[in-house]
Every structure is written in C-alpha cells, then in structure tokens.
Design a protein around this ligand. Structure first.
Ligand SMILES: [Zn+2]
Length: 302
C-alpha cells in the first residue's frame, strides 16, 4: 500500500484558526478508539492556535453531552442541530418525543446556542423517495419554526452519488448530481432566508456551486480533509476568500488519515489547503477565515 503524496505545505508554526464545526464531545468510536480525551482535545486546540471553538450537536443525545461539556469552559460555543441522518435513523418509537424536546429547547433557549444546525438533506443516507421526502419535510419544518429567531443556519448537504439513485424512481429530480443543492436553495428561497445567514458545512460541490454560492453571499466551510484530498479542495477553488471558513467535522475528515481520528486543532490544515489553492499566504487565510467566522456567528473575542 503506497502512501498518498501530499503536495501542500504544512501549516506554519503559530498559525491562528477557528474550527467552526466539530463534534466534541460525541459518542466515542466503537472500534479502534485512538482519540485523546475530550478535555485534552479542547486543551490542545487552544495551545495549537485555536481562538474560539464551535462544536455541533446532531440530536438530543449529543445536545445533552455538549451542554454538560460547556458548563465549565470558555471560548467555546455550539450549533444546535437535528441532522438529516437523525431524521432517517432515529427509531420510530423515539422520534416524536425527541423531536419535541429538541424543538422546545431551540425555541426556549436561543441565547444558549450560536446557530441552528447541522440541519439539511443527505440523500446518501436516504435512498428511497419516502425517506428523502421525510428529510425535506423536516428541513422545511425547522426553517418554518425558527426563521424568526434570526439565528444563522449550518447546513449539511449531501447529494446522491451516481450509484445511489432511487431505483424505484430513477427519473426523479432528487437523483441529480446537484439534486440536493437545488432542493435546499428552493426551500431557502420560499422562506426568504438571507444567504448571509447560511453556512454550507463541509462544502462538497459540485464545483460550479463553489463560485455561485459564494457570489450569492453564502458561507462555505472547508474541512481539514481538503489538505490531503483533492476532491474536498477543488470545490472551493473559485470561491471568494470572504466566503470561506475552516472546520474539522472531527472526529472524521482527518487531513490525511482514514478513520475516526480527527481532532479540532487540525482546522489549521484547512487554512493550509485554502492558502495553497488561492495562492496566498497562510497568514492571510488565517486572518480572513477568523474574521468571517466572527462576523457570521457574532462572536465576541477579546
Ligand atoms: Zn458534522
């Protein structure tokens, strides 16, 4: 097995960065848990140059874990999510109760979270029309219930790959390469959501959307895996630096390793990837992406 050659310069010593999207804490990997403890990950992040950390919940369980973790900590906030995978995989007998709890939390505690998400559509995890429609219905519902809170939205958007089309409805628009992007844009338009309030987390393309979405004012988040994987890198090469932020989505999306081994301090590898692609200094990317994150989330840093 040959190791893939990485052409991008390493992140420079002393680089500052913000991870705008990770999962800390999160249920630990079931197999092969090589991750440092949650406390160590948090501590190392600031030691390595992180200036503020934004973690994300995806359901009621992770929301509760995060609320406990945040209690005695500063320079950390979270985005409160109901991920499309949660819509698809939560057992039927638990769904209604957990959904209600989540919606109540969102409505009653807007001062406790920075943003709403990840929310969105994932047609890799939903392959039948029923499951896809259910995700669409829930996504609309969340926007409808929360639009007046004036919170930023963090989107999880995953188009169906070519082999993941719905076999019972092969001609359906959801199967298209950008079927999910289209659906999301349509719904945001219906509810008149300002693109400046919306971030596409782990933005995955297709490539022409990188420039289009950036021009419309959306924020695109580049994962640490863009360092070692051209696929994650090239989709934002034509996006403006004013529309980019950095994330790890840890514990997945390691800069160059496979498996559940990523940590928030690797957000610096996303800075290195953007600098390489845009042919500018890492320092400039660091400054821009931090400014963009501060503006988007309304962070107050001393
Ligand atoms: Zn995530």
């Amino acid at each position: 097995m040959s190791k893939k050659r990485i052409i991008i310069p390493e992140p420079e010593e002393g680089l500052k960065f913000i991870d705008v999207h990770c999962h800390l804490p999160f249920p630990r990997p079931k197999k092969n848990d090589k991750l440092p403890s949650d406390e160590e990950q948090y501590y190392n992040y600031f030691k390595d140059g992180g200036v503020f950390l934004i973690t994300s919940s995806i359901d009621m369980n992770t929301l509760k874990m995060i609320l406990r973790f945040l209690k005695d900590k500063d320079k950390i906030g979270f985005s409160c999510g109901w991920a499309p995978q949660t819509v698809t995989y939560t057992p039927k007998n638990k769904y209604d109760q957990e959904w209600k709890e989540w919606i109540d939390f969102i409505k009653e505690n807007p001062e406790r979270y920075l943003a709403i998400g990840e929310i969105g559509l994932d047609f890799h995890h939903a392959r039948t029309l029923d499951k896809r429609n259910k995700q669409v219905e829930v996504f609309k519902k969340i926007i409808e219930i929360t639009e007046d809170l004036q919170k930023p939205y963090i989107l999880h958007v995953r188009n169906a790959a070519e082999h993941e089309y719905d076999r019972d409805n092969p001609k359906h628009r959801y199967n298209k390469r950008d079927g999910v992007n289209q659906e999301i844009l349509k719904i945001l338009k219906i509810y008149n959501i300002d693109p400046k309030r919306v971030m596409w987390h782990c933005f995955s393309g297709p490539e022409q959307y990188g420039m289009n979405l950036s021009k419309q004012g959306f924020l695109l988040s580049v994962p640490s895996s863009a360092y070692g994987n051209n696929r994650w890198r090239k989709v934002t090469r034509n996006a403006s630096l004013d529309s980019l932020v950095t994330e790890t989505d840890s514990y997945y999306q390691h800069p160059f390793l496979r498996g559940p081994v990523n940590v928030p301090s690797n957000a610096k590898y996303a800075v290195a990837a953007i600098a390489y692609l845009h042919k500018v200094s890492q320092e400039l990317v660091s400054k821009k992406t931090i400014e963009n994150a501060i503006r988007f989330f309304g962070l107050e840093l001393e």
